[in-house]
Design a protein around this ligand. Sequence first.
Ligand code: PLP
Length: 337
Amino acid sequence: MRLAQFPRVALGHFPTPLEPMDRLSEMLGGPRLWVKRDDCTGLSSGGNKTRKLEYLMADAQQKGADTIITQGATQSNHARQTAAAAAKLGMGCHILLEDRTGSNDDNYIMNGNVLLDRLHGATVSKRSGGTDMNAEMERLADSLQQDGKTPYIIPGGGSNPIGALGYVNCARELVEQASGMGLKIDALVHATGSSGTQAGLVAGLAAIESDIHLLGIGVRAPQEKQEGMVFDLAQKTAAFLGMPDDIARSSVRANCDYVGPGYGLPTDGMIAALKLLAQTEGLLFDPVYSGKGLDGLIDLTRKGYFDGMSNVVFTHTGGSAALFGYPETFDLPGYSS
Ligand SMILES: *Cc1c(COP(=O)(O)O)cnc(C)c1O
């Protein structure tokens, strides 16, 4: 594997911390739970897309781009981090937001990540749910080209083999960091959506011949589809890296039991998990991704999924900026007198 051959632009703070969650571990009584703080990547309140963008934005620069186009759901963390990266590198940024939830709540459509997209100077436009967002991005690229711009399209979530390199590198970073702490990681759990994070980790763990049990907690697609997407992208990423061996299908695991009614729609388990971590560990998670991932981590720990394991790491993929798009979800007490 020759990761260093790929251009990369510095956008984040790495390595991110690896910290124990001892109050949570004690409460659940299973393995010791740790958190890999990819919510602390540093770019515009952080998150997992920053690792991907270090490779994607370098590729855009190499191709002479002056304008970035990307897409996501209304409260997309990927869009927000892309807007920040484009600002830092002096590029224009056009964001297409797909209304996947149908919510007209003012906070949902204007606050949280949407506020930050605009603050970073991106042009934001909306599309209705079910729109072919890739076709919309192509169309926008054509019209920008006619205006003399050189656009570069980043797919939703930054999930392609270039973006996934960020998580190939994270696998190496995490294993080195743990070994420096004298820690043996048994399992690694995280929220999986557009699949670049998990695909990169699958390829990265395979490249260093790690036997860490990797589990994605789905936030949108059913299990078969989610695992298929991850496997496909992990294979493409391994080929892109020139890895000699095939990716084992058995190394791709997604549990999609915590999606609830749909993408971006709150569940009771997410609400309980998010409040629990806010109040036992002082950590913030988000309603769409990391909160549902956490619900999976907690529920599976209670059900004994990790029995016999000593150390389980949850990769915190970030997203707390989205909390401000969901202020009514948590039914919190008001001021006391
Ligand atoms: C995008 C995102 C994910 C999912 O990562 P993918 O690479 O799209 O699978 C998880 N958590 C947060 C907070 C995200 O923004």
